[in-house]
Write a protein that binds this ligand. Sequence first.
Ligand code: NCD
Ligand code: ZN
Ligand code: ZN
Length: 355
Amino acid sequence: MQDRPQHLTLRRPDDWHLHLRYGPMLGAVLGWSARTFGRAIIMPNLTPPVTDSAAATAYKSRIMAAMPEGSRFQPLMTCYLTDRTDPDDLEAGFRNGTFVAAKLYPAGATTNSSHGVSRIEAIDAPLHRMQAIGMPLLIHGEVVDPAIDIFDRERAFIDRELIPLRRRFPDLKVVMEHITTEDAADYLWADTTGRLAATITPQHLLINRNHILVGGIRPHMYCLPVAKRERHRRALCRAATSGDARFFLGTDSAPHALHTKENACGCAGIFNAPSAMAAYATAFDEAGALDRLEAFASLNGPAFYGFSPNEDTIELERGAPELPDTVAVGDGAEAVVVFKGPGSLTWREVGSAAC
Ligand code: NCD
Ligand code: ZN
Ligand code: ZN
């Protein structure tokens, strides 16, 4: 198989969906994203959440203060929408570069979403403003209706919430974050507006729900939206590896301390920053689509957000990555488990020494 590539040079990728947390966890995880990615959309679901431009500026300073020496990694801040979001603050923050986008969490849908939006009508004023100024809306797309099965919550969100929302705000730029279903992929494929995109995580390209539940319950494979059937994983792989501009990289790297995952009520979230590019490359290789990895990882995201792609590059090579099992947090009393996929990863980053 002489034409199987052994080596890849990509424009430096960006991460369009990342949780960095704060405090000791921020210090533990930031370097892993900063060594690989040029920029990242920083999720605002802290406790308390980042709900205005002053809080975003303060959070960005904390990230910059924790940045490894010499890093050029750029955090792109987002506003957590609530029933009380002030459209003037949102607009001012977008215009002066404090915010790149705003995030819609249905109240109670995921980690730290209790301050989220109760009914989408409650954020009509900010959405009108965002539509007018071209500010993207990023969505955790799951309904919270207890009557809806957890495996159906993404599809139900599209039907019940997203379709009506986009009918009311046809010019709004929307990113469906971390899609997990064939239904979401099909909804994107059918869209012709150019104003709809989706991020796809490495775990949703590699695992299905069996990897969470067969042979024992595996809390480190659990995130939200939860991984679905194999049919859905395949649809996500087709979308990500298509090269289509609507699909781009967002790791949803979401660290939680080990004891909060290995728990009777374990937190949702997978920490994949150390392995993300190895995992994406493994999935693209399995699909015979390594030539489309750069579009997904480094070009489609900036194009949607209106940025230039990064000018520098990263190198990947075929081979098993060397990854720690865990990353220590703070003085080492806590640790966070690193996602390594369900089987072996077959690509690694070159020259990105462990942090
Ligand atoms: C994320 C987190 O831990 O903040 N968890 C997750 O399972 N994905 C929240 C989110 O992105 O929904
Ligand atoms: Zn989410
Ligand atoms: Zn997330």
